[in-house]
Design a protein around this ligand. Structure first.
Ligand SMILES: [Zn+2]
Length: 381
């Protein structure tokens, strides 16, 4: 097989635009990158399966497998990027540029570049000697709905012992993060002339009661869902946006609030939603049929690494750093559902993610390739 250099691979990967966005005008298929990774990994002897992700706009996951049997190691990452800020990049985001010991381009850091690190590490791993399977997973739509990882977890196709998600963590393993969910609360009142309040139902007053209940819940989350691993050491609830009414001389007929909740790992999404609905019960009794709650998009659950196979100790040993926690959400909770020990651990810094002129420092190359090689050796050989 002709050797393709690390920089050539990186250049190829950055050249495929794979933007994910809720807005259809920005949203792109990731298929060309998926096909590229499939070809490159099949050249190493991996078996490839590509799956269309249901409910997404022409998006695909790719699973590559080397070897057979139980357990093994999964190296996972997302194939998509966020949109780029037009006018704020000083270069073409899809053309890899090397300068100042850095690689610039959209997805260099978060996190398409991780696949270039994997392909580089594979050049030096004696794959034929592995006793347990090695998997590489590229998912779709992490930056929006996480539909790719959600779908992959539902299928339960594989059960590795350990998984690494190569998000940019400066090569320090992340074992926990909070989740995120967002809700809208809609109050349907009955509009009328303000001179006689009895002739209508004021939607702002309905939401006023609801907000009182949510603030009580906010305090309850603060008191009952503490977690000192996080810099904000409790589950949070934030009232984010409110709109209602059309004039001071009318009874407000319609009012809508959006709020978010960030659960700690001890608070599963279903329980958080149940707490919200219980908090709102008195408002429903007072105003039957006038208040409704809806999720704005699928929840991103909180994440805590299970450690049944010793991944935490292995990562601490190989990186020389203790595992920590993060403030951002990842695909960790979904990969966790495969039943494997899962850590977020990769090159580059979150500081450069989602930024114009995104880059990765080249000083990550050697330690990352060494880390991946050692990880495969410890888990699969
Ligand atoms: Zn990412």
């Amino acid at each position: 097989m002709p050797q393709i250099t690390f920089l050539d691979t990186y250049r190829d990967i950055i050249e495929f635009p794979t933007i994910s966005a809720f807005d259809e005008k920005w949203d792109m298929t990731n298929r060309p990158l998926i096909d590229y990774l499939a070809t490159r990994l099949s050249d190493f002897g991996f078996d490839i399966s590509i799956q269309n992700v249901p409910g997404a706009r022409n998006k695909y996951n790719m699973l590559a497998k080397f070897g057979s049997g139980e357990g093994g190691l999964l190296l996972a990452g997302h194939s998509d990027t966020v949109p780029f800020d037009e006018g704020r990049w000083t270069q073409d985001p899809f053309v890899l540029r090397q300068a100042d010991e850095r690689l610039y381009g959209l997805g260099t850091c978060d996190m398409k570049g991780f696949f270039a690190f994997i392909l580089e590490a594979l050049q030096t791993i004696p794959l034929k000697q592995l006793k347990k399977p090695l998997y590489v997973l590229a998912t779709a739509d992490e930056e929006t709905s996480m539909a790719g990882a959600r779908f992959f977890a539902q299928q339960q196709l594989i059960k590795p012992d350990m998984a690494i998600i190569g998000e940019p963590t400066e090569l320090k393993a992340i074992s926990r993060h909070k989740g995120h969910m967002a809700h809208t609360l809609t109050a349907e009142g009955q509009a009328g002339h303000s001179s006689d309040p009895a002739r209508g139902v004021n939607a702002i007053e309905i939401l006023h009661q609801a907000i009182g209940q949510l603030l009580t819940l906010k305090q309850q989350l603060h008191d009952q869902y503490r977690d000192d691993d996080f810099s904000v050491p409790y589950a949070t609830l934030n009232l984010g946006h409110i709109h209602g009414g059309d004039g001071e001389n009318r009874i407000c007929g319609h009012c809508q609030l959006s709020f978010d909740l960030r659960p700690v790992p001890a608070l599963p999404d279903e329980d958080a939603i149940r707490l919200i609905d219980e908090a709102l019960k008195p408002v429903h009794s007072h105003y039957p049929g006038r208040l409704s709650r809806a999720l704005m998009y699928p929840t991103a659950p909180a994440f805590a690494c299970r450690n049944e196979h010793g991944l935490v100790e292995l990562a601490e040993q190989l990186t020389g750093q203790p595992v920590g926690s993060a403030n951002y959400a990842t695909e960790g909770p979904f990969i966790n559902q495969l039943g494997c020990d899962t850590l977020i651990l990769g090159p580059g810094s979150i500081e450069q993610a989602h930024q114009p002129d995104e880059f990765i420092d080249l000083h990550y190359v050697d330690p990352t390739v060494t880390l991946l090689r050692n990880m495969v050796k410890h888990v699969c050989a």
